[in-house]
Design a protein around this ligand. Structure first.
Ligand code: SF4
Length: 567
């Protein structure tokens, strides 16, 4: 599969649209995907309500302005800066000219974070945008909600539609974050945290031996078109700065980084030559570019290093390993811990959220839930409280490799120690022996931890542990994690998630294949597989998909068909 929405069938079924909503100060264009539902599956009561109109079904969309990968040809221009006007009204923000670039930062070190405004009870356009966006699958799909829940629908709608006031309160309390650097004007704001749709992150980035700018932007577009809510640029090779600049200018989703990677690159690849001053400068430079969240491994301390000796796999986090090496060589405490207040001041000046890294995440099943892992989590909790004093938005990174029976302990302990701040987990991978299939082994763990309340799931691709993912691996990883996130949302009781599955059931029972493909998390792959395995009837040279069985059971044994015939 080389492209998205290539087929004529899907092009007419799924359309990208923006829903226009009047906010308090600005009009908002909320991105959605609109599916035209075939008339033959529409229940009578909906038909009556819609009269001549074909009912549509709307889906939350992460793809920004992208409808196809061909948009990449314009990557040097960047996508529209939808937050530019919003910034002009923000009194605490100043603009500074640096060469040909305009940099925004808080005036005289003033805090400009979403949390700062939320604590003051000020509802920002970003908070409004997140509230409308999170509610869009209910507000735009009311006729479907009424059809499914009948007399209970009013109550369902009231509970499911989120207000900007509620978002503001959650951001103030640190339970939701909106990663939205004031220099990332191209961003379509999104929220991470309790009560919201489960989000997924896709990691991209080059290594010293593979990939360049074009490939990395392609991967970013590929990721957001498949449904990634944020993208982390984990580049460790050449051109880190220019790759990041191109990604941010073209990204409609928050971009995260692990700044220590660039610090190591600038230090010539030797962890021992890293310094706080170099780290601080890189933080500021990336904040000025518009990075929306940093992973900082400040919870890994000198006193934790002896605990790692007991492990089978030691330290498997790149950032954690770099910091550990530095501490051992210099016999000093982790400089990101000792300089935490200064780091928070930088984050608050640009509104960069922090993802407090899990440098001691277990890298094999044997090491899961060990003393080192939870000792670091305790320090993460302390750092989060201190960051809150600077109005910095915080989430916590979590494991790692964890067997199924130990996964739920992780989220319980995290919620308890970290005051229900958003948890952001890598998988977890539930067995060490699924090489080549680690997107699946980790999605099993991700679904379990997601349904228990994890706010964002970091994807894993089939290449985990063996190589740098290409764009097909990115696609596979993102779709796999959209499955985990969606299944988590059903388990969490999100009506919008449940509703989509009910529409799929309608489409299946009615043999409405086009609706099935359009409602699927990967329409292109499901359509392609159907075409390959079913003899389609041609009509005027075009594929006509109208058979009432598939090759799985055949026409005589099709259970769906048989149960209809019995009616
Ligand atoms: S043939 Fe089997 S798999 Fe295919 S639609 Fe019928 S019941 Fe479903």
């Amino acid at each position: 599969m080389n492209n998205f929405i290539k087929s004529d069938i899907l092009k007419t079924k799924i359309q990208k649209e923006y829903v226009n909503i009047n906010g308090r100060e600005f009009p908002f264009l909320i991105p959605v995907k609109k599916i035209k539902i075939n008339e033959n599956i529409i229940p009578e009561e909906i038909k009556n309500k819609c009269l001549s109109k074909t009912p549509e079904y709307y889906i939350y969309d992460t793809a920004g302005p992208y409808e196809s990968i061909e948009a990449l040809t314009n990557f040097q221009i960047g996508i529209p800066k939808i937050r530019e006007e919003w910034m002009k009204l923000r009194e605490q923000v100043q603009s500074i000219q640096k060469g040909n670039k305009t940099i925004r930062k808080g005036k005289h070190g003033e805090r400009v974070t979403q949390r700062y405004y939320a604590k003051k009870g000020i509802i920002t356009p970003e908070m409004e945008y997140v509230a409308y966006r999170e509610s869009i699958e209910i507000t735009q799909n009311k006729i479907w909600v009424e059809w499914l829940w009948k007399e209970k629908s009013k109550e369902i709608i009231e509970k499911a539609v989120i207000s900007p006031e509620w978002i503001c309160k959650q951001v103030a309390e640190g339970k939701i974050i909106i990663p939205a650097n004031i220099n990332h004007l191209e961003l379509e704001p999104m929220g991470i945290g309790q009560g919201l749709r489960t989000k997924i992150n896709a990691n991209i980035g080059n290594s010293s031996i593979r990939s360049g700018i074009k490939e990395e932007i392609e991967k970013m577009i590929w990721a957001v078109m498949c449904g990634a809510d944020t993208v982390m640029d984990l580049s460790t090779g050449e051109e880190i700065e220019s790759i990041r600049e191109a990604i941010i200018r073209n990204s409609p989703v928050p971009i995260g980084t692990v700044p220590i990677y660039e610090v190591l690159e600038k230090a010539g690849g030797n962890p021992e030559d890293i310094s706080w001053e170099l780290y601080r400068d890189i933080l500021i430079q990336q904040a000025e570019q518009g990075v929306d969240y940093f992973t900082i491994h400040a919870g890994l301390l000198e006193k934790h290093l002896p605990l790692v000796e007991k492990r089978l796999a030691g330290i498997v986090s790149r950032g954690g390993a770099i910091i550990a090496r530095w501490m051992k060589k210099h016999k000093q405490e982790n400089f990101t811990y000792t300089h935490w207040n200064e780091i928070c001041e930088i984050l608050a000046t640009y509104d960069v959220a922090v993802s407090i890294g899990d440098g001691l995440r277990p890298g094999c099943i044997y090491d899961a839930n060990d003393e080192a892992q939870f000792a670091e989590l305790k320090i993460q909790s302390e750092l989060a409280k201190r960051a809150g004093n600077f109005d910095v938005q915080v989430m916590h990174e979590g494991p790692g490799h964890i067997p199924m029976n130990k996964i739920l302990d992780n989220i319980e302990i995290q919620k308890d120690l970290c005051n229900s701040a958003p948890f952001y987990t890598l998988g977890p991978v539930v067995t060490d022996i699924a090489t080549g299939y680690d997107h699946i082994s980790s999605a099993i763990g991700a679904t379990l931890i997601g349904s228990a309340g994890t706010a964002m799931l970091c994807y894993v691709t089939p290449k985990e542990h063996i190589g740098l993912p290409d764009r097909e691996d990115v696609r596979e990883g993102v779709i796999t994690y959209r499955i985990s996130a969606h299944a988590s949302d059903i388990a969490k009781g999100l009506p919008s998630a449940f509703l989509r599955d009910c529409l799929m059931a309608l489409a299946r029972v009615k043999f409405s294949w086009e609706d099935q493909f359009a409602l699927a998390l990967d329409p292109e792959k499901s359509l392609k597989m159907f075409m390959e395995s079913n003899p389609c009837i041609k009509e005027n040279g075009k594929d006509k998909i109208n058979q009432n069985y598939c090759t799985m059971c055949g026409p005589k044994f099709c259970a769906m068909k048989l149960s209809k015939t019995n009616e």
